[in-house]
Design a protein around this ligand. Structure first.
Ligand SMILES: [Zn+2]
Length: 434
């Protein structure tokens, strides 16, 4: 029996395309209960109803949910240190909590321990791929790549660029930032499953010269990613207006510097206008909607339906440490609540799509991750439907698949996670506690 040939049985749920807004039975939903998922080496080889032959190592997860590994499109590696910090909005949260915490990552021992803690925490929450911010430090960014690389994880990250309006301990300059970025790109972009994202923190903390440098890196190699923040908070939007009086809008500061392309992911995008949405649609960039962060920092309510109607790609992200949980199910529950406050309904299908296939498409990786089909890399999560009698009772009363999955998503969290595979390797296996 080959050690790396796995056959997992469970209820398989994934998507073949984007579910239509508010559609409870979308054709893009693929539901295959009691099926076998066959994994050879790092890849999915087949999905079938019949049990496989004797050369497969069978693991029977009967009655459990099998989903593609979750993909977090916006999260900060070092910000586990500032989760749940009391009493601030974005700009003073950065000043009082985040910059001091990130400054500690100048120490490589702190950075290495932090990177290890972060990567393990992602896996313990069922997240097998991420687009993440590091800190301004080159060494800390190496450490983050290295920790993911050792797990075989899909990690896209980059050294944060910030050369103004930040404390000295976390400030770079244009020549130093460019040299460090180039060294990291040549070491990590395309190494294993790692890729590099040019990472200006946000417009207020980069000079015009630094944004132009970032744009030049992208022009040189369009396979690089670009991650940043946009239009999160009204005071921030006003500040950008003062700093860049010639720009049409906050988003246009990035557009004008060549930072918007197919591989651009912008966190938040709450305070955008119609022209901005059209610009995002035209370049194929993605908004990483971060609902627990938006609620926790009081930033505002992201209008998902409006973005979608304008043709903008939307993924859902944790934005830890502004966000309050690395667990993407908790973030989906919050995303539903944000839309409810706007008088709209987010289905479980749109929600789950936004952390699996939709997120993979945002990262231009849907040939590799986000779906359960032959040829895809075997990044897999296995979940219990419930861990306590009240939730089990609720689910037993569900009259439709949507009702059941929606209740599971809303009431669920990392305690339901049973197994995580990354590229066909088991990285987490929990025995049932009760
Ligand atoms: Zn963020």
């Amino acid at each position: 029996m080959a050690e790396d040939n796995w056959a997992l049985r469970g209820d398989l749920l994934d998507f073949t395309g984007e579910p239509a807004w508010a559609d409870l039975q979308p054709p893009a939903l693929r539901w295959r209960p009691a099926h076998w998922l066959l994994i050879r080496g790092s890849r999915i080889e087949a999905v079938q109803a019949e049990p496989p032959g004797p050369d497969w190592r069978r693991v029977d997860h009967a009655g459990r949910l099998i989903l593609p590994g979750f993909i977090d499109t916006h999260v900060h590696g070092p910000q586990i240190d500032v989760l749940a910090s009391y009493g601030t909005e974005l700009l003073d949260w950065l000043e009082n909590h985040t910059f001091p915490a990130e400054a500690r990552y100048a120490d490589e021992r702190v950075a290495q321990a932090g990177a290890e803690r972060f990567i393990q925490a992602l896996l313990q929450n069922g997240t097998t791929a991420a687009l993440a911010f590091s800190t301004v430090h080159e060494g800390a960014t190496h450490a983050l790549f290295d920790a993911a690389h050792r797990q075989g994880m899909r990690l896209i990250t980059g050294k944060v660029l910030m050369d103004r309006h930040v404390p000295d301990a976390v400030r770079d300059d244009v020549p130093g930032a460019e040299a460090a970025s180039r060294r990291l790109i040549s070491r990590w972009h395309g190494s294993g499953r790692c890729a590099y994202a040019v990472t200006p923190r946000f417009a207020p903390t980069s000079t015009q010269a630094q944004l132009a440098m970032a744009g030049a890196l992208l022009r040189e190699d369009p396979s690089l990613y670009l991650q940043t923040h946009v239009a999160e908070n009204q005071a921030e939007v006003q500040w950008v207006r003062e700093l860049f009086p010639g720009a049409r809008s906050y988003l246009d500061v990035y557009g004008g510097n060549g930072l918007l392309h197919r591989r651009t992911v912008l966190a938040h995008g709450i305070w955008l206008n119609d022209q901005d949405r059209a610009q995002l649609r035209d370049v194929g960039a993605t908004i990483a909607h971060s609902p627990t962060s938006n609620l926790f920092l009081g930033s505002g309510l992201f209008n998902w339906r409006l973005a979608r109607e304008a043709g903008v790609r939307v993924a859902v992200a944790s934005d830890v440490g502004g966000g309050t949980s690395l667990n993407l199910l908790r973030n989906l529950a919050a995303a539903y609540q944000v839309q409810a406050l706007l008088g709209q309904r987010l289905t479980a299908w749109s929600a789950l799509h936004a952390i699996t296939l939709g997120a993979a498409q945002a990262l231009d990786l849907d040939h590799e991750i986000g779906r359960l089909e032959p040829g895809a890399t075997a990044d897999i999560t296995v979940w219990d439907w419930s861990a306590d009698p009240v939730v089990a009772h609720r689910l037993s009363l569900a009259r439709s698949l949507h009702e059941r999955v929606f209740a599971w998503m809303t009431l669920g969290d990392e305690r339901l996670l049973r197994s995580v595979m990354v590229a066909g390797q088991e990285r987490l296996l929990r025995q049932r506690a009760v």
